[in-house]
Design a protein around this ligand. Structure first.
Ligand code: URA
Length: 194
């Protein structure tokens, strides 16, 4: 599995299918454990990720780690983390459809190799990449399980950057809803090991 992922990473490193490869500092391929039953797919690398070559290492990433830790999960032992695109879009804009399309084969390979049982679609870019026919936004579908590739279950969740912009903990707030979702995720993850 490790070798297969390394091969995909090597291909991504040499990829020039879109313009993002020209402006990025580092390829941001993945972090976390590769044999995980749990995969999180984010949007795209930001400044810190581009500088360090790892996904979710800035403020949003620190919050994501705290969310996982709140239910005893961690990227060191439970989660494989990657993004819909592997190179940073300039000025942190959303990746363009052609950039997502150019990068899609790498993401599909990561999924094919790992065959995660649970996939978290973190934010609207990841959501629309996998459930493009939905007519409602992430607020309506977060916390629900959908059928995913290779018999997996996929759950859309709020992006931690959105939670940073909405800090309230009141009932019904994005942070309160995220707390419900992460508990559901932990339950499903534990059920896999029974
Ligand atoms: N936001 C993302 O969606 N991915 C990252 O890697 C960092 C921030």
């Amino acid at each position: 599995m490790y070798e297969a992922l390394e091969e995909v990473r090597a291909c991504a490193l040499n990829c020039h299918k879109c313009v993002l490869g020209k402006t990025r500092n580092n390829l941001v391929f993945s972090d976390g454990i590769p044999n995980s039953k749990l995969m999180l797919i984010g949007e795209a690398p930001g400044y810190n990720e581009d500088m360090q070559g790892k996904p979710f290492v800035g403020r949003a990433g620190q919050l994501l780690d705290k969310i996982f830790e709140s239910v005893g999960l961690s990227r060191e032992k439970d989660v494989y983390i990657c993004n819909t695109v592997k190179c940073r879009p300039p000025e942190n804009r959303d990746p363009l459809p052609e950039e997502k399309a150019a990068c899609r084969s790498f993401l599909d390979k990561q999924i094919e190799i790992l065959k995660p049982r649970l996939i978290l679609l973190c934010g609207k870019v990841a959501l629309t990449s996998f459930l493009p026919d939905l007519t409602v936004g992430i607020t309506k579908v977060r916390g629900q399980w959908f059928d995913g590739p290779y018999g997996s279950k996929m759950m859309p969740i709020f992006h931690p950057s959105y939670l940073l912009r909405n800090p309230s903990h009141n009932p019904g707030s994005p942070k309160a809803l995220m707390w419900e979702d992460i508990k559901k995720i932990k339950q499903a993850y534990e059920a896999l090991n029974k």
